[in-house]
Design a binder for this molecule. Structure first.
Ligand code: PGA
Length: 255
């Protein structure tokens, strides 16, 4: 059974006080005993407070980073290591997000080093992949994604690969309000799964959770998650308000 996950990516939003207020609302209204996991990725400064509060309130909501450095430690001014993320209570980390790839020039090789480090220290990586608008229009999207997957997951042994979560986020859909239709998302997820199976064996294609991301909101979550190869969502904008985040989860969770 693949894990079903709704992950909120807060990006550079929320102070500690705002993160705490959000989680307090979850504490009062979050549905218990559901068949779907809710994960949250606050900014670095709010990680510790978020992880402690989630624990204190008895919420089963994993907290994770939005990025990490690939080295264990060292002279890397301004960077944060995976071990530091774990120390403040993180259990996962988003890696290779399109904003990291395009605004901060992260390469597939660098992202691969980060994924490997995360797995080595016991953090679950959410590896983000996705094509740009022109690549979709030119029909090159699968080639792009196959390269991102092959490079991003290179050199990782199968037993560790099983712990990776993939997020398919078409660049043209992130923060634009232009969601991929459920049909486009499903077709792409299915082809990603086929590629994983071809490259790493059938069970990898069947077992890995693949989340969809890009302008997911309460109005489109059900149609997206109704597709057989979509196991969840990575949500930016619509994850910033607690009520809306809860509503999204309630729409797709079975209690
Ligand atoms: P969005 O962001 O939901 O605001 O489009 C998704 C993401 O960047 O993960």
């Amino acid at each position: 059974m693949r894990r079903k996950i709704i992950a909120g990516n807060w990006k550079m939003h929320k102070t500690i006080a705002e993160a705490v207020a959000f989680i307090e609302v979850l504490g009062k209204n979050f549905p218990r005993q559901i068949d779907i996991e809710a994960w949250i990725a606050p900014p670095f400064t709010a990680l510790e407070a978020s992880a402690s509060l989630v624990k204190e309130l008895g919420l089963h909501i994993p907290i994770g980073g939005q990025n990490m450095h690939e080295a264990a430690h060292g002279a890397f001014t301004g960077e944060i290591s995976g071990t530091m993320l774990k120390e403040v209570g993180c259990s996962f980390c988003i890696l290779g997000h399109s904003e990291r790839r395009h605004l901060f020039y992260e390469t597939d090789q660098l992202i691969n080093a980060k994924v490997r480090r995360a797995l080595e220290i016991g953090l679950t990586p959410i590896l983000c992949i996705g094509e740009k608008e022109q690549e979709r229009e030119r029909g090159e999207y699968m080639g792009v994604m196959e390269l991102q997957l092959a490079a991003g997951l290179a050199g990782i042994e199968t037993s560790l690969l099983q712990r990776v979560v993939i997020a398919y986020e078409p660049v043209w859909a992130i923060g634009t309000g232009k969601t991929a239709t459920p049909e486009i998302a499903q077709e792409t997820h299915r082809r990603i799964r086929l590629f994983l199976a071809k490259r790493w064996g059938e069970s990898m294609g069947k077992q890995l959770s693949i989340l969809y991301g890009g302008s997911v909101k309460k109005e489109n979550i059900e149609a997206l998650l109704g597709q057989p190869d979509i196991d969840g969502a990575l949500i930016g904008g619509a994850s910033l308000e607690a009520e809306q985040f809860i509503e999204i989860i309630k729409k797709v969770a079975k209690q």
